[in-house]
Design a protein around this ligand. Structure first.
Ligand code: C2O
Ligand code: CU
Ligand code: CU
Length: 526
């Protein structure tokens, strides 16, 4: 008997990966990773990268992409391909904002020292700063390669405050490259936000969530289940498996980024590792494109935080509600359309409330006005269907072709896009480059309150239509023309080849030929 994966979920078999093997899911049944105890390793955050130089307007950074051997599982060595040889890469914290005010731009030089992959092919890199309104030649276009022994200087305008991330975007191989380590957080702050009384400094903490699967010798196993999904059975936070973090009994801001290849999360706090307790609160203050209009409080068990691949949500956790000595777990109660073959992925990390500390932070309401785009005249509506057919991932029946443009909005146009997932069994976290957007509805219903801010990724669930609105001009009013990608951010779907592109206006700079990578032999100091 063959059963579909959807039936497997209904039958509750999804939690027993090994049993599924004879039933026709080769990838799902991959052996489990070494069963290390959870919540033993100390939480840490990636280092903050210092600029190599700064001048009046610009901060200059340098990152070398290279292989290295690191200890992820205790006592084992894992080869990663990482920015500066670490995974996730270093954090970039940049002061941004309007150019006319305090905004600063940055130049990040990426140097490719990756060499060859195990098949003897050169490992090209493409770096995309997800969430930044960059010019086409700096946006990480999928075939704008930085080959090994080459470098490229990417220019970023940092025009607004938000939690962003940089990651690899090579055509056909993004899932492998990101899985091997190529992702990092990039935080833009501006004066408005820094002046708010929110938790800051060491109380403003990145949480980069990923999953991996490891062989008994520590190697990362890349298994995308015949180009369908890649699910690991080890949860990593900032590269550490199921960490435990010691916290004070006060408020913290956590910048949550889902940098997994395929896994979507549904997050909630709990006082128990294996089930939800009632009345635990997460307060969401920001989405992909920056602060929400007002904070959104989510209380267990009914309200949880869905974080699809590539989404960012900043949350406040107030540990003052827990006595010293408490343990609080960040749980993942799972997502329809995701398959977990190991229930250990249902808990992400543990917070140990270990000390008292004063807290002068507060959560203002309103946070920052979000001007509704629906007040502007709407130029047109488009519909994009994200479908599986003939074992291919398609958008409006077609797969990625860099020579084809599927939409040509003009500068300043306001458009409504319907993102449609007509099928079952798959969730598509759809990402649009360049623009910040606002969700209007999901299947005709109001978006969840925490989805009502600026967004660049939309979770489109089974049989769902997400309606969103955007304007083809940056939030600060800058005109950017040219070709930009849109794709499913399940990186396996993206690679095979659920991606398309739109072109804003006419005559924008060509993403491939305008600022090509240069050989390292020609590199001058920044
Ligand atoms: Cu986060 Cu086109 O990518
Ligand atoms: Cu992007
Ligand atoms: Cu998808």
């Amino acid at each position: 008997m063959k059963i579909s994966r959807r039936e497997a979920i209904k039958l509750g078999l999804a939690g027993t990966g090994v049993l599924l093997s004879p039933l026709g899911f080769p990838g799902i049944a991959t052996a489990l990773s070494p069963q290390i105890p959870r919540f033993q390793q100390t939480f840490r955050t990636p280092p903050v990268l210092k600029p190599v130089r700064s001048d009046e307007t610009t901060d200059y950074y340098e990152i070398t992409i290279k292989k290295s051997l690191v200890e992820i599982l205790p006592g084992l060595k894992t080869e990663i391909w990482g920015y500066n040889g670490i995974a996730p890469g270093p954090i970039i914290r940049q002061i941004g904002g309007k150019r006319s005010e305090e905004g600063r731009q940055s130049v990040v030089r990426f140097i490719n020292k990756l060499g060859q992959d195990p098949q003897g092919r050169p490992i090209n890199a493409v770096i995309h700063l997800h969430g930044m309104a960059s010019l086409p030649q700096y946006d990480g276009y999928a075939i704008d390669y930085v080959p090994p022994e080459h470098f490229k200087d990417y220019i970023y305008p940092n025009d607004r405050a938000a939690t962003l991330w940089y990651h690899d975007h090579v055509q056909d191989l993004t899932s492998r490259n990101v899985y091997m380590g190529m992702s990092g957080m990039y935080i833009v702050e501006d004066k408005f936000e820094l002046d708010l009384p929110l938790p800051k400094g060491k109380y403003d903490v990145p949480l980069i969530i990923q999953d991996g699967r490891f062989a008994t010798d520590g190697r990362l196993i890349f298994d995308d289940d015949n180009q369908r999904n890649l699910y690991g059975d080890v949860i990593l936070v900032n590269g550490v498996p199921w960490p435990q973090m010691q916290v004070a009994n006060r408020k913290y801001r956590f910048r949550i980024l889902n940098a997994s290849v395929s896994r979507n999360y549904q997050l909630a706090l709990s006082q128990k590792a294996e089930r939800l307790t009632i009345g635990e609160r997460l307060i969401v203050i920001a989405s992909d494109g920056g602060l929400l209009g007002e904070p959104v409080e989510l209380t267990t068990p009914l309200q949880t935080l869905g974080v699809g691949v590539a989404e960012r949500y900043d949350v406040i956790i107030d540990f003052s509600q827990y006595p010293i000595g408490s343990q609080v777990f960040l749980r993942n109660i799972g997502f329809t359309g995701s398959i977990d073959n190991d229930t250990r992925t249902h808990t992400i990390m543990r917070f140990d409330v270990v000390r008292e500390e004063p807290d002068d932070s507060t959560i203002p309401s309103p946070l920052r006005p979000v001007e509704s785009l629906t007040n502007k005249p709407i130029t047109r509506t488009r519909t994009f269907r994200f479908e599986r057919s003939n074992n291919q991932w398609l958008i409006n029946g077609r797969s990625w072709d860099p020579k084809r443009v599927d939409a040509n909005p003009q500068l300043g146009d306001v458009e409504i896009w319907n993102l449609v997932n007509p099928g079952s069994g798959w969730v598509h976290p759809v990402h649009i480059h360049l623009v910040d957007c606002q969700m209007l509805s999901r299947n005709g219903l109001q978006p969840r309150p925490y989805e009502r801010g600026w967004k660049d990724v939309f979770m489109v669930g089974e049989f769902q239509t997400v309606r969103m609105i955007t304007q083809f001009r940056t939030r600060q009013g800058d005109d950017i023309k040219g070709k930009f990608m849109m794709h499913c951010h399940n990186l396996v779907h993206e690679d095979h080849a659920m991606m398309t592109q739109f072109e804003v206006g006419e005559g924008g700079s060509d993403p491939v030929t305008t600022a090509p990578a240069q050989p390292i032999s020609q590199m001058l100091p920044l």
